[in-house]
Ligand binder design. Structure first.
Ligand code: GLC
Length: 547
């Protein structure tokens, strides 16, 4: 394939690095990226308008959160037609145009695939709930009440409350892992599998380069629906879903077969000479269980999302441990990936602070594997406080005040200093970040030391130095708040040293004395190298080369 490069893997076997292994992916939350029709909601034409920005940023692929027709109970993760585009976002023709324009710029396009559940207004569910003997009854998960008339078991929705909704006309409950407006499909039913695999082919045939698969680990539930065990560590502020451990409602062995079937569909396109397509699974599980989604006898998803950096303690030794353990746990041929944020989790600038957001950017873009960036993180956007009257997210509305709401991380992209930061000519669906007059893309692109400029430089350095994406990874000895590692590919050797604290640190670099050169620092001014040691300033990250 164009763009693929022959490389040497850590165990010195020659292989071809595929586009999804060297690429940096950028997540676009379409409601909040760019509005072109003044309704205050972003759209596909808006994304198309901003491809130039994404190309200049230096990312290689975009993943677009759901754009399908939806009542928007969960902002597009409740779908009524898997093969269409919601009019709020545009038309199928707009999508085709966006795809063509992205491809013309060398950008891959990934869509969000939401196979676990449909909207309760999907025609399949309307049929399914119409009577107990409807042919589609078994497309969803219907159960009789418990003997006391209550829900069939103790499973709790991820958005709080029982995960079972009562349907009086047919006298049964249906299961919903999220809202009651998001009914879970029965993936043990071969007809459901066939229909959803057709959806994948529909988009692959149009030319999409891959899917991010929503809540992949939720897709199959224990066949006889036993209760989930109580969670001994439960605290109310965690959210009600954590009252039980989701042992029986998620991560069942049969889901791995489904992931393998999906992979076979993706792989069939490369086999036909139509290019590699990639599958990225959204999976929140401990590392040992996460690794199984790479597949064993049969290949699973290419990239089971690795979310560990989002929650990790921001401390040098813990990060070193987490990263080496993850690397060690990868199965043969399993390709690593890293994420700092997404549309469900607090932003990195809020969690780590503005000074460390720069260091975090360097970490994300210099670890071995495929990084995914969340829109706006390249501007250092923070979580935006949403006044109660403007709250949109059902997660916040159902369990208010616990900090579970996701609106703060979904606010409009601030583009420039014009009205509404250039996001919309209308009223933005969520408020902008209050600092948008200075924290916006146009302004920061002109500032030599903005976080945006750093992201651009990092992405350029990463492209120019294959060692950063695919080279071997080895930890270096470091003390205190410093976390340092070496990336090596063929003759090239790079060092990344990150100061996770505010105090300066002297970093010993034995064997790196005379020929050591600074490739990039997160801070302005000259970093000082030489004499087999270098002084790292507080909150500074550097990439060094030995050529
Ligand atoms: C995933 C999505 C999230 C959504 C949920 C239900 O976790 O990322 O936004 O609410 O699935 O589809």
């Amino acid at each position: 394939m164009a763009g693929d490069r022959t490389v040497t893997t850590p165990n010195a076997l020659p292989m071809t690095a595929l586009w999804w292994q060297t690429c940096a992916t950028y997540q676009v939350y379409p409601r909040s990226f760019q509005d072109t029709n003044g309704d205050g909601i972003g759209d596909l034409k808006g994304i198309e308008q901003r491809l130039e920005y994404l190309e200049a940023l230096g990312v290689d692929a975009i993943w677009i959160s759901p754009i399908y027709p939806s009542p928007m109970a969960d902002f597009g993760y409740d779908i009524t037609d898997y093969c269409g585009v919601d009019p709020r976002f545009g038309t199928l023709a707009d999508f085709d145009e966006l795809l063509a324009q992205a491809h013309a710029r060398g950008l891959k396009v990934l869509l969000d695939f939401v196979p676990n559940h449909t909207s309760d207004r999907h025609p399949w569910f309307a049929e399914s709930r119409s009577s107990r003997d409807n042919p589609k009854r078994d497309w969803y998960l219907w159960r009789d009440p418990a003997p006391d008339g209550g829900p069939p078991n103790n499973w709790i929705s991820d958005f709080g409350g029982s995960a079972w909704a009562w349907d009086a006309p047919t006298g049964q409950y249906y299961y919903h892992a999220f809202l009651k407006e998001q009914a879970d499909l029965n993936w043990r039913n071969p007809a459901v599998q066939a229909a959803m695999f057709d959806v994948m082919r529909f988009w692959f045939d149009r030319g999409v380069d891959g899917f991010r698969i929503d809540v992949l680990w939720h897709m199959v539930k224990a066949a006889d629906f036993p209760d989930n065990p109580p969670n001994p560590a439960y605290q109310p502020e965690m959210g009600e879903m954590h009252r039980v451990l989701q042992l029986n409602s998620t991560d069942q062995p049969e889901v791995l077969g489904i992931a393998a079937d999906m992979r076979a569909i993706a792989d069939s396109y490369d086999a036909k000479g139509q290019g590699d397509r990639v599958l990225i699974g959204e999976i929140y599980l401990p590392v040992d269980r996460l690794m199984r989604y790479y597949g064993r006898e049969r290949a699973g998803v290419h990239l089971p999302f690795n979310f560990q950096l989002i929650d990790a303690p921001w401390e040098a030794r813990s990060l070193a441990k987490l990263i080496t353990e993850y690397e060690a746990a990868l199965p043969p041929g399993g390709w690593p990936n890293w994420v700092l944020g997404n549309h469900d989790r607090s932003r990195v600038a809020t969690k780590r602070g503005h000074a460390q957001a720069l260091v975090a950017a360097m970490l994300l873009l210099t670890l071995r594997g495929t990084p995914t960036l969340y829109y706006g993180d390249e501007l250092g956007l923070s979580d935006v406080a949403i006044p109660a009257a403007l709250v949109q997210d059902p997660r916040e509305l159902r369990e208010p005040g616990r900090g579970l709401g996701r609106d703060p991380v979904r606010t409009p992209m601030p583009w420039d200093e014009s009205r509404n930061a250039g996001f919309t000519a209308g009223r933005p669906w969520l408020p902008l970040n209050t600092d948008w007059p200075t924290r916006n893309a146009a302004r920061m692109a002109d500032e030599p030391h903005s976080i945006l400029t750093l992201y651009r430089r990092l992405l350029a350095v990463r492209r120019a130095h294959l060692a950063l994406s695919i080279g071997d990874f080895a930890l270096l000895d470091a003390e205190g708040d410093v976390f340092a590692y070496e990336r090596r590919h063929n003759a090239e050797r790079l060092i990344v040293a990150l100061n996770l604290g505010a105090r300066p640190h002297r970093l010993q670099l034995p064997g790196w004395a005379s020929n050591c050169r600074l490739l990039l620092s997160t801070l302005p001014g000259e970093a000082r190298a030489g004499d087999a040691a270098m002084l790292l300033r507080g909150n500074e990250g550097v990439i060094l080369t030995s050529d």
